[in-house]
Design a protein. Structure first.
Length: 240
């Protein structure tokens, strides 16, 4: 079923690509001719913002999710999750405006806002993934004399990795799609082409920014799918 869905999605993407290539006097060709240099420059800024904000989110969210999953933190975990939920329900534009108010204009407030937007899926999936590890595995490990740290590293995290990676993939997809808004506070990225194209009613300029964003989101998801597939052992990985 999953393979059939993938084939259909690739087929549909191929049809859309062909229509854009052939219609409107070769729209994609015109976009490439007119905006190749701009896309090359702006996509580097876009990737920089994704890597920095997404990397910081992973480095902080995974340990935070692990910490909240510890038995002594369980009475506080859901409250902390609700706090993260509140932070995520605030519109990204509002977070950008608030961060700009305190941190000024440029890359720093953009990275902070993107970091906030990326945190929740990773923390939630890390927390849930560890909590859902079967109890009998932990009991068996305890009976074998393992310490809590050994149980975490050898039992809980390996069994939770699939769910954790799912959260990372979701968070990074959100991140890549949100980065264009960073242009509004002077952080650059492909949002410059998208919003300028909207302002000028220029469909080619708008697509010159939107198409690379979509392709970049698919590429990032594909890369982490491969990491998820091949770094997790067969026994706990439904993809293998």
């Amino acid at each position: 079923m999953r393979a059939t869905t993938s084939v259909l999605l690739v087929f549909a993407a191929g049809i859309m690509f062909s229509l854009l290539l052939l219609n409107n006097d070769g729209l994609l060709i015109q976009i490439w001719i007119n905006f190749a240099d701009d896309v090359d420059f702006l996509i580097r800024q876009h990737i920089y913002l994704v890597v920095l904000s997404g990397g910081l989110a992973i480095l902080i969210a995974v340990p935070l999710g692990v910490w909240l999953s510890r038995p002594y933190m369980r009475k506080f975990a859901e409250g902390a999750m609700q706090g993260l939920n509140v932070g995520t329900t605030v519109p990204t534009l509002a977070v950008l405006a608030l961060s700009m108010s305190f941190l000024g204009i440029g890359v720093l407030p953009a990275i902070f806002a993107l970091w906030i937007a990326t945190l929740l899926p990773i923390v939630r999936n890390t927390y849930v993934g560890i909590r859902e590890v079967p109890g009998f595995l932990i009991e068996a490990a305890t009976g074998m004399g393992m310490t809590r740290t050994q149980i975490l590293l050898r039992i809980e995290l390996p069994n939770a990795l699939y769910v954790i990676f799912a959260g990372i993939r979701t968070a990074l997809a959100i991140n890549v799609g949100t980065v264009p808004l960073a242009f509004l506070i002077g952080a650059g990225g492909l949002g410059e082409l998208i919003f300028t194209g909207i302002a000028l009613d220029n469909i080619e300029m708008m697509l010159a920014g939107a198409i690379p964003v979509a392709l970049l989101a698919m590429l990032v998801d594909f890369i982490f799918l491969q990491i998820q597939t091949w770094s997790i052992s067969r026994g706990v990985n439904p993809l293998r």
